[in-house]
Design a protein around this ligand. Structure first.
Ligand SMILES: CC(C)(COP(=O)(O)OP(=O)(O)OC[C@H]1O[C@@H](n2cnc3c(N)ncnc32)[C@H](O)[C@@H]1OP(=O)(O)O)[C@@H](O)C(=O)NCCC(=O)NCCS
Length: 202
């Protein structure tokens, strides 16, 4: 449940660091280029993310990080975090503000790190940060209909299915059906408040 993961926010001069049970989420820098490129350069990741190119080269990571560096912390531009486990980069999570009223959650992990609950843990931290930091009333996200892992993450985070749309995927060079999801601030707040109940049998 959402409340199992509290997300302490640590503010260091100008950057925000999010901490979960096992992960640290921080702003990526040019020093992370090699690690990001080596994690992201996998077709299994590119085919499930709309804008990740394939092959993914170090120069793609440089351009990406320079674009992030231009955005101020707390600004409603692209809010992106590098996910680290024990100081080792394992993926990225972020929110895209292209539509200012509907921030869109996105994430990917290096393939070696799949299947250990890291995707859910990072997504929950990003959702908490977005609703706590910004005045958005709803977040959206999507998963290709052939991507049950991502769909599971969204459902575990409280997102509700909202229909299917065709979206273009850069690495596929074509469009693909995507299950679309929404999470309202009200549902998120309600899940966060859902405390433990105790049962007494007599
Ligand atoms: C999607 C992604 C982040 C998942 O990360 P992860 O850390 O493995 O995910 P989690 O372990 O937190 O949870 C995945 C859930 O899906 C389930 N799952 C994984 N693969 C599955 C499959 N093929 N079929 C059904 N369920 C599956 C897991 O069992 C888990 O559910 P559970 O906790 O109820 O057991 C990772 O696979 C990835 O980076 N994929 C490529 C990029 C991508 O798809 N991004 C999302 C688009 S925005």
């Amino acid at each position: 449940m959402l409340q199992d993961f509290s997300t302490p926010v640590r503010r260091e001069t100008s950057t925000v660091v999010l901490e979960t049970e096992r992960l640290t989420l921080r702003k990526p820098t040019l020093a992370d280029v090699k690690a990001i490129a080596s994690l992201a350069n996998d077709r299994r990741i590119a085919e499930n993310t709309r804008r990740l190119p394939h092959p993914y080269r170090q120069d793609d990571a440089v351009q990406f990080i320079k674009a992030i560096a231009r955005s101020k912390t707390g600004a409603k531009t692209e809010t992106v975090f590098l996910i680290e486990e024990h100081h080792t980069p394992i993926g990225m999570v972020g929110v895209d503000w292209r539509e200012p009223e509907t921030p869109e959650l996105g994430y990917w992990l290096g393939v070696d790190y799949w299947g250990r609950g890291f995707g859910t843990e990072a997504a929950r931290a990003m959702i908490d940060y977005t609703f706590e930091e910004f005045d958005a009333e709803v977040m959206i996200s999507g998963a290709r209909v052939v991507n049950p892992a991502s769909r599971n993450i969204l459902e575990k985070c409280g997102f509700q299915w909202n229909g299917v749309e065709l979206h273009r995927f850069e690495s596929l060079g074509s469009s693909s059906p995507v299950d679309c999801f929404r999470l309202t601030r009200g549902v998120w707040a309600s899940l966060k408040r859902w405390g433990k109940s105790t049962r007494h049998d007599s």
